[in-house]
Design a protein. Structure first.
Length: 301
């Protein structure tokens, strides 16, 4: 559990594949906090008059090189769901927002994924000053329980080496050394700066340095994904937000107005960035509706 809306104090995660600072924002948040008995932070000055209902902001580093098309972002479920009548309308609206989005909501393990650089609202790339540490062998592939490669986009469970408030981590190098000082919070927002995204094309970039729409459109085409390689040499600051999903209630307003909880069969919504080819998760954010008197309820049953 992270402290939602505490956006000046990120949560640090570290695995053999990825290190990152994570901040979760939910407008009018009414959920649980890491400390039992502590009141939640209901909002952040970040929201102001914006129509956004949530934000996921990550400042992270990959511990190996990955091609642009291999790093995907989206949602997946461990069990089958029951899509409501008319769900195709929501998918159609989602494709209008992100034409690169691919889905299979009717499979045994439903998923929705898009190339990360087409999905993200904000991308800001900065040079790293310290090397990454504790990286896994580069040729690792996450396998299924039977020992073979997983054929679906479903991500295997993975336990992070570290998952704690960044300010509590004292390892060397510490989060500030690995990722730079966390500069954001409240009205101080992440802004687009994609100048280092394609360092070999800086003299003739295919989109403006602050061009969000142009960058998303460019990387929505599979042929353009060959231009980009994510490397450990850079810090990738990324944010996604939206006005159509209320994670306090699981109410969705996207072409139709529904509460999605009955159709998920008590599953949490699992938001994931991962390697598509190796099925390696970089980070996972789970939103679950829980009884405030029993916040540890297991939604997987």
């Amino acid at each position: 559990t992270v402290n939602v809306n505490d956006d000046s104090n990120p949560h640090f995660i570290d695995s053999p594949f990825f290190s990152g600072n994570v901040v979760i924002r939910v407008k009018n948040f009414k959920g649980v906090t890491p400390e039992k008995g502590k009141e939640p932070i209901p909002s952040s000055d970040y929201f102001g008059t914006k129509k956004r209902l949530f934000s996921i902001q990550v400042s992270g580093r990959f511990k190996h090189e990955y091609t642009g098309g291999d790093v995907v972002f989206g949602a997946e479920f461990l069990q089958k769901v029951s899509p409501p009548t008319g769900s195709w309308i929501a998918i159609k609206f989602a494709n209008l927002i992100d034409p690169a989005l691919e889905t299979d909501i009717y499979s045994e393990q439903p998923w929705l994924f898009s190339p990360c650089l087409a999905a993200m609202n904000i991308v800001n790339v900065q040079p790293a000053t310290h090397p990454v540490k504790n990286a896994a062998p580069a040729d690792i592939v996450i396998l299924s329980a039977s020992g073979g490669p997983l054929n679906s986009p479903l991500t295997a469970k993975f336990e992070y080496e570290t998952s704690a408030p960044a300010k509590s981590v004292t390892e060397n190098p510490n989060p500030d050394q690995l990722l730079g000082e966390w500069e954001w919070g409240g009205v101080n927002e992440l802004i687009e700066d994609n100048n280092l995204l394609l360092p070999d094309l800086r003299d003739d970039p295919p989109f403006p340095q602050d061009g969000i729409t142009e960058r998303r459109r460019h990387f929505g085409k599979a042929s353009n994904m060959k231009e980009i390689v994510f490397t450990p040499d850079y810090i990738y600051n990324m944010e996604i937000f939206a006005p159509f999903m209320d994670f306090n209630t699981f109410d969705l307003t996207l072409g139709l107005n529904i509460n999605v909880m009955p159709y998920l069969k008590n599953q949490p919504i699992r938001i994931i960035m991962k390697s598509k080819s190796k099925n390696i998760p970089f980070y996972v954010v789970e939103y679950a509706l829980v009884d405030p008197n029993n916040p540890d309820e297991d939604f997987s049953k």
